[in-house]
Design a protein around this ligand. Structure first.
Ligand code: RP5
Length: 164
């Protein structure tokens, strides 16, 4: 199976990014985790991106906050799918990173999830890998069914309390 790269602009992003790592783990998808910054270590970010396909990756998650250029900088140097996670900032609440990540110029796409949407970033990468992997697609179906069952149980509980 192809690996998923999980790259964050700073180790201060890890508390959010952890959900992506946990989600990949729960599906048994192989991954690597790195800290590369578009601004502080641009050469390393470029080198990783240029070699990602030949190093066995199938998708790349990039998490960054504030002037969040990491996902775009990585996408500029690979044609692998890049999923951006805008990280919430103390100063502007994540709108800074959301707009920096989502507003890519035509030709260099970044699939941007919600602010701090790390679990969905991982699920999107798993869905990309599952296009060619029936066993992985089955695991995705099972998770959807389990998630739906949890919501139905909540509905039963709420309905019991209020609908007399
Ligand atoms: C971004 O700047 C990082 O992704 C992080 O979200 C933010 C702050 O980084 P630190 O100053 O905490 O290292 O590049």
């Amino acid at each position: 199976m192809k690996k998923v790269a999980v790259i964050m602009g700073s180790d201060s992003d890890l508390p959010v990014v952890q959900k992506a790592i946990d989600t990949l783990s729960s599906f048994g998808v192989p991954y690597e985790v790195h800290v590369y910054s578009a601004h502080r270590t641009p050469e390393q970010a470029k080198n990783f991106s240029e070699n990602a396909r030949k190093n066995g990756f199938g998708a790349i998650i990039c998490a960054a906050g504030m002037a969040a250029h990491l996902a775009g900088a990585v996408a500029a140097n690979t044609t692998l799918p890049v999923v951006g996670i805008p990280i919430q900032s103390r100063q502007i609440g994540g709108m800074d990173a959301l707009l920096s990540t989502v507003q890519m110029p035509s030709g260099i796409p970044v699939a941007t999830v919600a602010i701090d949407g790390a679990a969905n970033a991982a699920l999107l990468c798993i869905q990309i890998l599952a296009v060619e992997d029936a066993a992985l697609a089955e695991k995705l179906d099972a998770k959807r069914a389990a998630d739906a069952a949890k919501v139905l149980e909540k509905d039963r509980s709420i309905a019991e309390q209020w609908n007399r």
